[in-house]
Design a binder for this molecule. Structure first.
Ligand code: HEC
Length: 203
């Protein structure tokens, strides 16, 4: 009986030792079995793609860019701004809506205006502190480049300008292209661009 009492006491002491203490170390794992082995987990990206593997599915419009981007991207105009021939698409390959322009304005002001200024003229805050001066986005040459070229500049950067592919999914890049076109229009539009019925509202 005395032995039994000691045993119960020992158990109580041992158990109480496991309570209340915090530790950053993982719990002791008495039987590891095969818990820590190199393996693929369901729904995770593979580390090395087997040869000949074919991607499937496409990113939905506003989902996050991911660093190991394995989507199929069959629509070359939308994903690369290029025709199957490799030439830049002349025009934005999706319908431009007011919501898209708003999104473009917001993204432009976040990601581009720091260098290009909200006006597109190019003396943004980062440039005022010494970054190379970008061209005015309403320069003659940039009025005539293909929409696909501007998309490509955002995707891959150009000379002194870094790439923004990680920050901006394709749909956002096109939204910005649409907004850059709107900025250019603001600089170059004439009275003739205003519908006759609305000219009376001009001051
Ligand atoms: C860190 C500063 C910086 C940011 C941010 C930036 N740019 Fe630029 N951008 C530049 C510079 C500098 C150049 C000139 C590159 C050169 O010719 O060396 C340039 C050039 C360009 C050009 C002209 C390319 C050509 O054909 O010569 C376009 C169009 C452009 N940027 C659009 C954008 C858009 C759209 C964004 C936002 C997604 C953006 N930039 C963000 C610095 C920046």
């Amino acid at each position: 009986m005395k032995k039994m009492g000691l045993f119960v006491l020992a158990c109580a002491v041992l158990l109480s030792g496991c309570r209340g203490d915090r530790s950053t170390k993982p719990p002791i794992h008495l039987n590891p079995n095969m818990d820590w082995q190199a393996k693929y987990k369901a729904q995770s990206l593979p580390l090395d793609l087997p040869e000949g593997v074919v991607a499937w599915g496409d990113r939905t419009s506003f989902s996050k860019p991911d660093s190991r981007d394995t989507y199929l991207k069959k629509d070359s105009a939308f994903y690369f701004g290029k025709l199957p021939s490799g030439q830049f698409v002349p025009r934005i390959p999706v319908k431009v809506t007011e919501a898209m322009l708003k999104r473009g304005q917001e993204r432009y002001n976040i990601y581009c205006s720091v260098c290009h200024a909200q006006s597109g003229e190019g003396r943004g805050l980062v440039v005022q502190r010494g970054y190379p001066l970008p061209p005015n986005l309403s320069d003659e040459r940039l009025l005539t480049v293909e929409d696909g070229h501007i998309f490509d500049v955002i995707t891959n950067g150009i000379r002194n300008m870094p790439s923004y592919r990680k920050q901006l999914v394709e749909s956002d890049r096109w939204a910005i292209v649409a907004y850059v076109r709107a900025l250019q229009k603001m600089k170059t539009a004439t009275v003739d661009d205003v519908p006759e019925s609305q000219r009376g509202e001009l001051r």
